[in-house]
Write a protein that binds this ligand. Structure first.
Ligand SMILES: C[S@@+](CC[C@H](N)C(=O)[O-])C[C@H]1O[C@@H](n2cnc3c(N)ncnc32)[C@H](O)[C@@H]1O
Length: 296
């Protein structure tokens, strides 16, 4: 089950008022959105975006019965401006980015986000990928060794990136790497014994790097933040919950620029993390950081 992270702090710091227009650009299963909808009352508008059509359909179900108006849009949040223009919404008052994946992606999407099960190596947020959709399978089977090493190092912060890239290229010369467990075996072969029994699974960083690359997560985040800012009303707020250091840095830098240019003020000077209780109840919250900015 997906438990919304930093829910209370997000609600408090976004300060949603009755009649606001609120956009949740990472709707997921609408855990945050349900709470936001409660604050909006009958006169408010909730716009929910998700790149994954199958989650959007479930979110709609989970939001049944809320009193505010709702609009659902299946798109990447890098297209915020276009998406809002298409539905005729000129400005929004609050925007939430709860980044990364939903628990459903790991548990039941069947798209290869997890190394706990043998699944096709897709790793895309798109629910029904076609032949034009970039997948992890394409990356590991066709990209040059140096490019593989660069993404595994840059997006996975994996020190053994070169060894892993080499092992991938050697393995694919024998047969294509098709599934998550094929890839786990290859990574395993590149690991020193110490890493095989470490606290974090030895494939975690490589899987993270591939997922970030497939979905161009950092590029999308930069464009998404810029789009949200463009569409934000004066006095409006953007909240972003990040889960790894590259996301955190991207959000921090964007907010810093807005403060430096006199367009924004930080609502919380230091990022907010989970309480000890939340960490214990929901291990996924462990690395979460919430940052909120107001447009002035
Ligand atoms: C952590 S989950 C959100 C969970 C949600 N707040 C809840 O409480 O149920 C992140 C969601 O954002 C979506 N997502 C991630 N990157 C996206 C992007 N660039 N554009 C649109 N949706 C994205 C994922 O499909 C996923 O459903």
């Amino acid at each position: 089950m997906h438990v919304p992270v930093l829910l209370q702090s997000t609600i408090e710091l976004l300060q949603v008022k009755k009649g606001d227009k609120v956009m949740d650009v990472t709707l997921g299963l609408a855990g945050h959105a349900r709470e936001l909808a409660k604050q909006l009352g009958k006169t408010g508008l909730l716009i929910g975006l998700d790149a994954d059509a199958s989650l959007l359909a479930k979110a709609k179900e989970n939001l049944r019965g809320v009193s505010c108006e709702t609009i659902f849009i299946n798109t990447n949040f890098r297209n915020i401006k276009l998406a809002l223009d298409e539905v005729g919404v000129a400005e929004v008052d609050k925007v939430l980015f709860d980044l990364g994946l939903n628990s459903e992606h790991f548990d039941s999407s069947g798209r290869g986000f997890t190394f706990q099960k043998d699944e096709p190596l897709l790793m895309t947020l798109i629910a029904n990928p076609n032949e034009n959709t970039l997948t992890a399978r394409e990356i590991v089977n066709t990209w040059a060794e140096e490019s593989l090493a660069d993404i595994i190092y840059g997006y996975g912060e994996e020190r053994l990136s070169r060894r892993i890239a080499r092992a991938i290229v050697e393995a694919r010369q024998k047969k294509p790497i098709e599934t998550t467990l094929d890839l786990v075996e290859v990574i395993k072969g590149a690991m020193p014994t110490g890493r095989l029994h470490g606290k974090t699974h030895f494939a975690t960083k490589t899987f993270q790097a591939l997922r970030i690359t497939v979905n161009d997560e950092i590029g999308a985040l930069k464009e998404g933040l810029a789009g949200a800012w463009q569409k934000l009303s004066h006095g409006g707020r953007v909240a972003a919950i990040s889960f790894h250091s590259l996301e955190a840095r991207t959000v921090k830098n964007f907010f810093k620029e807005k403060v430096a240019s006199g367009e924004g003020r930080l609502i919380n000077k230091k990022a907010i993390g989970p309480s000890r209780e939340e960490e214990l109840a929901n291990p996924r919250s462990r690395s979460a950081q919430l940052r909120v900015i107001e447009k002035i």
